[in-house]
Design a protein around this ligand. Structure first.
Ligand SMILES: [Zn+2]
Length: 112
């Protein structure tokens, strides 16, 4: 890994099982879990299991996985009664900290 390459926490730690995560939802394509170092009071991360670097490079063929992620966000918001002050956030391209598509489902005060 060169200095410029960012670490893919999701493939290397979360999906590999190296880091223990508290899973909220899992299907063949999508995984949702509580963030291991939350920056909001309630902070869930939703990722595709397939390695997709970022939203800018999602192929049309993989777009259905992104749709599934949005659906999981909807279902979790309903199931966990996340109604007030909830956000679904993602960064694109080089603005991402981790080079694997991920969505933050966040609620409450920013704690970091
Ligand atoms: Zn990855």
């Amino acid at each position: 890994m060169t200095k410029e390459e960012k670490y893919d926490f999701y493939c290397e730690e979360a999906l590999s099982g190296k880091t223990k995560i508290e899973i909220l939802f899992e299907s063949e394509d999508v995984l949702a879990f509580y963030h291991t170092k939350p920056f909001w009071e309630k902070h869930i991360v939703i990722i595709p299991k397939k390695h997709i670097t970022d939203l800018v490079s999602v192929s049309d063929e993989d777009m259905h996985i992104i749709t599934k992620i949005i659906k999981v966000a909807r279902d979790l918001a309903k199931d966990l009664n996340l109604e007030e002050g909830v956000q679904l956030l993602t960064n694109l391209g080089k603005f991402q900290d981790t080079p694997h598509v991920h969505f933050h489902l966040a609620q409450g005060k920013k704690i970091k």
